[in-house]
Write a protein that binds this ligand. Structure first.
Ligand code: ACO
Length: 401
């Protein structure tokens, strides 16, 4: 029999770091973040500057290609994205196969993966021109199918991209325009969405991005890799938290508004409940995105004239947690998801679309990280493990077990 302890000796030293809490998986030039100081920058530009002065498509270009676009580059980028917003009509047959009750994130992952079948050329990218085309195709088609997941749940006819409108405005048009009811998006709504998308555009090696890089490292195509990223994002410990936050706030409101009761529940180690939208793997001081979003939530609700009791509950929870020994000692602060749902709700976005909103915002980051990984010619991702199972055993037929 093989002596497993000898095998371990032969395998060399393996670093065991569950959850990769302290392991880098790559070098990257895309996003810088300092969790202690609460700093986030894309390609050297501060998130405050980008969210304050930039627009989503130019920030997407920056994240993906490394520099802010000139006016010509931006208009070329926009028109190429527009060119690729047409989605194969047969994709509608796939959507028809889903029940109306299907969660939009599940449908989005499946549709993104199906794009591979309808765009076989985007599977393998061999030169700069093909890369540019794959980027524009992904930006164009993903936005459209993301909104189709909602149209499906509502039983509405699927909309097409309107070439007279910008990318973010198109999101609202694709979602809400009905044959019987033309939709005119409010500029406040478009600006708020634009800002939210920018704040979500990249966040270095988080769970979904690492997934995109990992899947792509086997030279799987862009759509297939992004579909995997969508699935990873869906989990409530990651992007799914924005939906979970709103559901939690609604529950607190429905049950009498006692925020402190929920704080106590979150502190109880015998209760699996966690305060959704609180805590972050990297930010141990504050999440700079949460600061900007909190301010934006105040502004959007005031401008739209929305008086939402949920916002007051969120603020109360935050105030209490910030002076609570449990949260302070564990450095648990509101993260990007804590206030984003309140804005989405004010803009009329249904709760089960919140994580889809995150995915639309994160798309340029996923693309950029996939592109960087391929251009760096990174090896296939393949972590090691420490085996803790049985030593060699003899197989017994079923009548002898
Ligand atoms: N509520 C209550 N306790 C919490 C919370 C929370 N939201 N988050 C962490 N803790 C506690 C843990 O129970 C643990 O306590 P212990 O030391 O007594 O065992 C300690 O704080 C450290 O938590 P970990 O889970 O080890 O931290 P980790 O870095 O692995 O997890 C995570 C980070 C997943 C974000 C976590 O804070 C969490 O579950 N938050 C709620 C979900 C959420 O908001 N996710 C969105 C994250 S942002 C994003 O993905 C876009």
């Amino acid at each position: 029999a093989i002596d497993i302890s000898k095998l371990r000796d032969l395998s060399g030293v393996i670093t065991l770091d569950p959850g990769y809490k302290n392991s880098g998986s790559c070098t990257s030039e895309i996003t810088f973040l300092d969790g202690e100081l609460g700093i986030l920058r894309y390609r050297g530009y501060s998130i405050e500057d980008l969210a304050g002065k930039g627009h989503f498509l130019e920030v997407s270009y920056l994240v993906i290609f490394g520099e802010l676009p000139t006016a010509t580059q931006l208009s070329h980028f926009e028109s190429n994205i527009r060119k690729y917003t047409l989605v194969n009509e047969e994709m509608k047959n796939i959507i028809d196969g889903f029940p109306k009750t299907a969660h939009p994130m599940g449908v989005l992952a499946a549709l993104t993966s199906a794009l591979t079948a309808f765009n076989p050329k985007s599977v393998n990218v061999e030169n700069e021109k093909e890369m540019y085309e794959a980027v524009c195709k992904t930006m164009g088609k993903f936005l459209v199918i993301a909104t189709w997941t909602y149209r499906k749940t509502m039983g509405y006819p699927l909309n097409y991209y309107d070439n007279t409108k910008g990318y973010v405005e198109n999101f609202m048009h694709l979602m809400f325009e009905l044959p019987t009811e033309p939709y005119k998006a409010n500029q406040v709504v478009i600006d708020a969405l634009d800002k939210l998308f920018i704040l979500h555009a990249d966040h270095e090696q988080n769970c979904s991005t690492s997934t995109v890089r990992m899947v792509g490292s086997s030279h799987a195509g862009l759509f297939a890799s992004i579909s995997a990223g969508v699935s990873a994002l869906w989990g409530p410990l990651h992007g799914g938290a924005n939906q979970a936050v709103l559901e939690m706030l609604e529950e607190i409101h429905r049950t009498g508004g006692d925020a402190d009761k929920y704080l106590d529940k979150a502190k109880d180690k015998n209760d699996p409940f966690r305060l959704m939208g609180f805590g972050h793997r990297v930010y141990k001081n504050f999440d700079p995105r949460a600061k900007i979003i909190k301010k934006a939530a105040d502004e959007v609700l005031a401008t739209l004239g929305v008086d939402d009791p949920i916002l007051a509950i969120a603020k109360k929870l935050e105030e209490s947690a910030l002076v609570d020994e449990y949260f302070v000692s564990r450095k648990l602060y509101p993260n990007v998801d804590f206030y984003s749902g309140i804005i989405y709700r004010a803009l009329g976005i249904p709760t089960d679309m919140f994580t889809v909103m995150f995915a639309i915002g994160r798309l340029p980051g996923w693309i950029a990280q996939w592109k960087e990984m391929r251009e760096n010619k990174e090896p296939i991702g393949r972590p090691r493990q420490i085996y803790t199972g049985h030593p060699l055993r003899d197989f017994k037929t079923s009548d002898n077990r």
